[in-house]
Each structure stands twice: as C-alpha cells, then as structure tokens.
Design a protein around this ligand. Structure first.
Ligand code: NAD
Length: 475
C-alpha cells in the first residue's frame, strides 16, 4: 500500500494545491518524505469557520438516532478499513502495526459507546407547584476547535471528533502536521457514514497561526487540546480572551509505586511492556519507578533484563516490538535528558543512544539512582526511558509521587488492600492503576489534574465536556 496524497477537508471538500505552503510528512523509520501536506491560508480557516457555524446550527438539531447512526456507521467503516488505517498510522508515526490496530479498536469502541450516550444527555425538571415549570437542559456548547497531537494519530482524532459529534456540536480539527493521513482517514469514515461536511472538518497549518486564527474567532466556543503543558497554557490563555470552554489533556510524568508486598514478576511483565509501548511517547507512560528499597535491586535488574530483549525495528515488520520515535525532536530530547542525568550522577544500565543512522530509532533505556534535580526527573521525557529509584517508606514514596506539578496517570503495585485504599486517596492524579496499567476505556474518564490539565475525554464526561446547561423557569 502506498501512502495517500494529502489534503484538508473544509466544508466537505478536499482542499489542496494552489499557492498554499506545504509541510513534508516523513516516514520516521527512514526520515524520507512520504508526501507534501497543504497548509491552510487565512481564507481557508475563515471558510472552515463559516462552515462550522452553519454545521453547528444544523447538527444541534439532529436527533439522537442521527448522531448514533453516524457514530456506529463510522465505527463499522473503521473496522472494515482497519488494515489500511493502521498501515497509514505506522507509515507516518512509526509505531508497530499491532499498536496502530489497538488504536483503531479503541476508537471503534469509543464511537460505539458515544452512540449510546447520545440518548442519555438528560436534563431535569425541578419540583414546582402546578402551573409553574422549571427545567434544566443540556445543550451543545457550539463549534469546537480541536488540536490533536501525533503520538496517537488515530485515537487522538477519534476523541476530538467523537465527543463534539455526540453532543451536537460542530468541530474543526487541526491534527498534527506529522500525522495527517490517519486523522483524515478517521474523518472520512465519519463523512462516509453520513456526517455532513460542515459538522466535522480537518485543517492543517503552522500550529500557532491556526490556533490564533480559530481561537480568535467568536464562532469557536470551545477549545479541546492534547499536547504539552507549555503549549496548553499558551492556548488556554488565548481561549480565556473570549471565555471559551476548554478541555486540556497535557503532559504527565507517571509515577509507579512498587511496594515490597507486590507480585514483582507480574509488575515487571506488565510495566516493561507498558513503558516501551509507542516508544514511550505516551502521556500516561509509566516514567518514575518509585520502588521500596528492599525490592529495589530485584525490580531494577529484572527491568533491565527485559528491556534488553525488546526488538526495535520498522513498525511494518511484524517482528518489531518497538518502532522508531515519531520525529527527530524525540531522540534529540532523549540524548539531552539522559546525558544530563548521567552528568548528575545517575546510573545508565541499558540504552542511552540512537540506533543506526537512518530514521529516529532509540534504544530502550533504563536509568537508576537518578538525582531528583536531574532534568529528566522533572521534565516529561516522552520517550523509551525508565527512571528507577529506591525509597524507604510508604510516606516517602507518596511524597515523591506527588512532588511534580503533573497529575495525569499513576500506578501502584501492592497486594495490601489497606495500602491500596490509602494510595488511592493520597496520590494527586486523574487516573490510577493498582496492579494494572489498564487505566482507560470508552466508558471511563481520561484526564488529569494540576499541570496535566482539566476536563476529561471518553466516558459520559467526554460528552458532558461539550455541553452547557440552561435553566428555564416558567411562572
Ligand atoms: P510541542 O509541544 O510543540 O507540540 C505538542 C503538540 O501541540 C503537537 O501536536 C503540535 O502540533 C501542537 N502545537 C504546538 N504548538 C501549537 C500551537 N501554538 N497551537 C496549536 N497546536 C500546537 O512539541 P512536540 O515536539 O510535538 O512534543 C513535545 C512534547 O509535547 C512532548 O515531550 C510531550 O511532553 C508533549 N506531547 C504530549 C502529548 C500528549 O498526549 N499529552 C502528545 C504529544 C506531545
């Protein structure tokens, strides 16, 4: 299969060519150009805004059956097209085909879940005397501007489209310029399932130009962003100028508490796989391993042993267990952060270098005894590196887990029920996995606290985030 030609999708039309600037989309396993992506002009964005306004007026009046039919139809089409969509994602993002297929299935599950949720956007009637009536209704917030990053090229656009469509909003999405074809493939399934072209659109461009243009328009009533905390704060400020609603899925620095009563073999089997999934470019990636000192060496050595056995290679090769990193910025960041950690006195057990001189491959890496002031203990590494440190007590472990301003995902390994409940109460996080890494699901809110953002995607909360309440009182 060849990589598709690229376009934007504005008001149901494929837009490309002319004197538009372009962005070269590259294959991370070779660094070679796959295709040129057209970038939006201000006129393109204005056209998309006008269409979104019209699309909103139309879609807010759609029946739940219409919304459900679109979401279920798109889910069916995604399943039919899963091989093609997964292959596109692997070509432009690097992850293994198996990982890309998981993304397709997550999105199918989410669309089907939302197809049920559209019938449950209930309001309520308040208790009033005869002749009076007071109701509280939920209404779609309005046109949404959504920004989806490159790490989950299918799943992120799925979330950004799914919730507004279920709620009765229109949406203009700017997916990452590095992974446009996956996002377009998701949108095409929705359009082929009957979604009007002014309800969901896809634009690309210079990120700051597009976000300033869309967020500067009063037509847009909500910002939904997934990406780094730095960019998230910048966009939240832009949204605040017009008091737009926001859902912010930002960075994390996932703490993993491993206690001496845990099933260490099970913890290793699960966490090593989870750490190197998508080459560590996952906002909920387990990153800081906070290990009780009496099991520290066993855990660290077991981790290193397993990390050494991970086969890194082209994501299209079924034997590969980890693909390349998605873009040249990531291996550079790994070198910078691991180099700094070593200078600070950390021990590097495995990895720490790029692989080959073609593409963006990086070795699965493990550092231990990393000083807390090393950059990597404070900045989201977003790559295939585990940081494993010993701690004496439960209280010290909890304090380390809560030390950073992030609070997206946290994990704990312990068989002690009392300790599990204590951890669940004390860790400042949006999602916690106890003896598991399964912290998400179509029916479960996905989101963080503190600098990891606010609001949630998935679950009833995902649709709720695209609704506003209205109270109507009749005397
Ligand atoms: P970045 O921070 O510049 O970009 C992150 C994402 O935001 C990209 O998708 C980018 O296209 C988008 N973006 C950047 N500036 C924007 C703007 N002004 N308006 C709208 N969108 C904008 O850098 P990057 O190199 O792509 O990623 C670096 C860091 O971002 C990672 O280290 C990681 O911390 C974070 N990140 C987080 C997620 C996540 O799932 N939360 C995903 C991707 C990247």
């Amino acid at each position: 299969m060849t990589y598709p030609s690229l376009h934007m999708m504005i008001d149901g039309e494929r837009v490309s060519g002319g004197d538009r600037r372009t962005h070269a989309v590259v294959d991370p396993s070779t660094a070679e150009t796959l295709a040129e992506l057209p970038l939006a002009t201000p006129a393109d964005l204005d056209r998309a805004l006008d269409a979104a306004q019209r699309g909103f007026r139309r879609w807010r009046n759609s029946t739940p059956h219409e919304r459900a039919a679109v979401l279920q139809g798109a889910a069916r089409l995604m399943l039919e097209r899963q091989d093609e969509i997964a292959r596109i994602a692997t070509m432009e993002q690097g992850k293994t085909l198996a990982e890309a297929k998981v993304e397709v299935h997550m999105t199918v599950g989410l669309f089907n879940f939302y197809a049920g949720e559209v019938f449950r956007l209930y309001g309520r009637a308040l208790v009033r005397p005869a002749g009076q009536r007071s109701t509280v209704t939920k209404e779609p917030v309005g046109p949404v501007a959504a920004f989806a990053p490159w790490n989950f090229p299918i799943g992120n656009p799925g979330r950004k489209f799914g919730a507004p469509i279920a709620a009765g909003c229109s949406v203009i999405m700017k997916a990452a310029e590095e992974t446009p074809a996956s996002a377009l493939a998701v949108l095409q399934c929705l359009l082929d399932a009957g979604l009007p072209g002014d309800v969901a659109q896809a634009v690309f461009g210079v990120p700051d130009e597009v976000s300033r243009h869309l967020l500067g328009s009063p037509i847009i009533r909500k910002l939904s962003f997934t990406g780094s905390t730095t960019v998230g704060k910048h966009l939240a400020r832009l949204a605040a100028e017009d008091m737009k609603r926001t859902t912010m899925e930002l960075g994390g620095h996932g703490p993993v508490l491993v206690f001496n009563d845990a099933d260490i073999d099970q913890a290793l089997a699960v966490m090593v796989t989870s750490k190197y999934r998508n080459a560590g470019q996952v906002c909920v990636s387990p990153t800081r391993f906070i290990v009780q000192e009496d099991v520290f060496e066993r855990f660290r050595d077991g981790f290193v042993d397993r990390a050494q056995k991970i086969l890194v290679g082209d994501g299209l090769n079924p034997a590969s267990m980890m693909g390349p990193m998605a873009n040249p910025r990531r291996p550079e960041a790994m070198d910078r952060l691991i180099g700094d950690a070593k200078r600070c006195g950390a021990r590097l057990h495995v990895g720490g270098t790029q692989i080959g001189n073609r593409g963006f491959f990086y070795q699965p890496s493990v550092l231990s005894e990393v000083p807390l002031d090393a950059l990597i203990m404070n900045e989201e590494p977003f790559g295939p590196v585990a940081l494993i440190n010993p701690f004496a007590s439960e209280e010290a472990m909890i304090a380390e887990a809560n030390r950073l301003p992030y609070g997206l995902a946290a994990y704990a390994w312990t068989r002690d029920a009392k300790r599990q409940r204590h951890i669940a109460r004390e860790i400042e996080t949006g999602m916690l996995g106890i003896n598991t890494t399964m912290i998400g699901g179509a029916d479960s809110p996905f989101g963080g606290v503190k600098w990891s953002g606010h609001g949630a995607e998935d679950g009833p909360e995902g649709v709720e985030a695209c609704l506003v309440t209205k109270a109507v009182h009749e005397g």
